[in-house]
Design a protein around this ligand. Structure first.
Ligand code: XMP
Length: 514
């Protein structure tokens, strides 16, 4: 395992993904983790991430010198690079020599471990205030920029490497190659981590965890729960029953899709529970987003417990396990990975009630979304499931800003179906990550239709492009497509007289509105 030490911001997750793209398994640990604990995990190599701090800020995260003396190969990036420089006796000054964005790096030692075979001049992505002016003793300077004399260094004997820039971002043209040089040449690792391995390992783990008891799995229609279910089905076969809770917050045609496509692909036992009245009842009068999320999470579990009882009556042996499609970013964002602030209580992690009666099976807990898709493909699931855009567990319940009612759900379902239809017709499904359609139920605006004044609700389109949902940008959709969606929605959906486009990136906005 390669450990990525997280010094804040969003860099660590991206680095972890890049390491895995190099087919080496990686995990994230918080920078607050004591060095003994980090080393006790026996890492094959360590990457120190960038972060928002300056090494001169009081209270800025530091790193224990022992980390560099344990004989484990270390690669410092940006803030991690400066920490490495400072801790080992180099000079870092905050002379105001700042660089942001695209910069040219001049490689000064073409035969170095990191840069061999890459161009002498290469575009790199910088984001720093302080700069290293002298490398620590024993280190060779391997690159510089116009502003920074020491922009990359290495001590090959001690297996310590660093770059001032961010090799993990796309704009650093040879970043992935440099990272791979560190992993393969510097740390001597072999690229042998594959989805096949993940499946074998998970199948064995699940078999051991579940034994001869039974598990149930909630299917949401999304990729994650589908792949989790297929994986558990492979491990324990008929000891698994899938439960599909129709909470009434689904999109148009979704229930039928699960019943048809998924069962056909896996042959899994499926129990469909119609619980829409129960969810709508519990949500009556509630407009607060977190409260909605908690209620939906709680009711989910209750419905599963009910399903568990029924399945036990039918099948006999104990149903002790609940399978969930929790992903690595959910774990990290809910504070499980890095101590990062809790941004939203994703209902499959933070929003669980305390009195839960199942043991959880979470076979995707260490995977990123693109890896889940690869696992799904490997397991033989059809493209309609594996390439499906993400849809949140709480469904349309968190896409109605205001109270959730049957009438509003029907209205949103219509608008959403139109948007999806047009995006698919325009061939844009692969290009956008997802496109939430949001009803601003508490907002009304004046319009005119036919000869009459209307006083209706706005619908928000939120098309985003993203690699992992951690950060996102709004998609620049063609005007004609937007226009068609807008015209159709305002013509075909009762009580909607305005369509607006959300042009906010994440951060500062999140993808969903609640
Ligand atoms: P945000 O809104 O946090 O969304 O930028 C990031 C991604 O997560 C999805 N999402 C959820 N998925 N349960 C889920 O399974 C949830 O409670 C949940 N909330 C948000 C969202 O659609 C986006 O893909």
């Amino acid at each position: 395992t390669v450990l990525v030490v997280d010094f804040g911001a969003q860099y660590a997750q991206l680095i972890a993904r890049r390491v895995r793209e190099a087919r080496v398994y990686s995990e994230i640990v918080p920078s607050s983790m004591p060095v003994e604990e980090i080393l006790a995990k026996n890492p094959a190599a360590i990457v120190l991430s960038g972060g928002p701090s300056s090494v001169y800020e009081p209270g800025a995260p530091t790193v224990d010198r022992a980390l560099f003396e344990a004989g484990v190969p270390v690669f410092g990036m940006c803030y991690g690079f400066q920490l490495m420089a400072q801790t080992l006796g180099g000079t870092v000054d905050n002379s105001g020599a700042r660089e942001y964005g695209r910069t040219d790096l001049a490689v000064s030692k073409p035969s170095s471990t990191l840069f061999e075979g890459t161009p002498a001049e290469q575009a790199v992505w910088m984001s720093h205030g302080d700069a290293c002016s002298a490398a620590p003793e024993g280190f060779t300077v391997t690159g510089s920029t116009d502003v920074v004399p020491v922009a990359a260094f290495e001590n090959d004997e001690k297996k310590l490497y660093g770059v001032q820039y961010h090799p993990e971002v796309m704009h650093s043209t040879h970043g992935q190659q440099v990272l791979e040089h560190f992993l393969y040449r510097g740390a001597g690792l072999t690229p042998d981590w594959t989805m096949g391995n993940v499946i074998d390992e998970q199948v064995a783990t699940i078999r051991e965890q579940v034994g001869d008891r039974r598990a149930i799995c909630g299917l949401s229609g999304g990729v994650d729960s589908a792949v989790a279910a297929a994986l558990v089905q492979k491990a324990i076969g008929s000891q698994l029953t899938c439960v599909y809770v129709d909470h009434g917050l689904m999109r148009k045609g979704e229930t039928e899709q699960v019943e048809k496509d998924f069962v056909a692909a896996t042959g899994v036992q499926l129990k469909v529970v119609d619980a829409s009245e129960r969810f709508l009842g519990a949500l009556a009068g509630v407009s607060d987003p977190e409260e909605k999320r908690k209620i939906i999470g709680r009711e989910f579990i209750r419905v599963f417990e009910q399903a568990q009882l029924e399945i036990m009556q039918e099948e006999g042996p104990e149903v002790a396990f609940l399978v969930q499609g929790t992903l690595y970013p959910d774990v990290v964002e809910s504070g499980g990975g890095t101590g990062t602030a809790n941004i939203k209580s994703h209902h499959n992690v933070g929003g669980l009630p305390d009195d839960i009666e199942f043991e959880l099976v979470e076979p995707l807990r260490k995977l990123f979304k693109d890896e889940v898709r690869m696992v799904g493909q490997e397991l033989g699931l059809p493209d309609e499931i594996v390439q499906r855009q993400p849809f949140p567990g709480p469904g349309l319940g968190i896409r109605i800003v205001g109270e959730v009612t049957e009438e509003r759900l029907d209205l949103l379902r219509e608008a959403d179906a139109i948007a999806r239809e047009e995006l698919t017709a325009a061939g844009l499904d692969r290009e956008i990550w997802q496109c939430p359609v949001v009803l601003l139920a508490d907002v009304r605006s004046v319009g005119v239709q036919g000869d009459g004044r209307t006083y209706g609700h706005p619908i928000v389109l939120r098309p985003v492009s993203s690699e992992d949902a951690m950060t996102a940008d709004w998609s620049r959709l063609p005007y004609e497509v937007l226009s068609r969606i807008s015209t159709r929605i305002t013509n075909e959906v009762k009580d909607v007289n305005r369509v607006v486009l959300d042009v906010t990136s994440k951060p500062p906005g999140t993808i969903e509105w609640e």
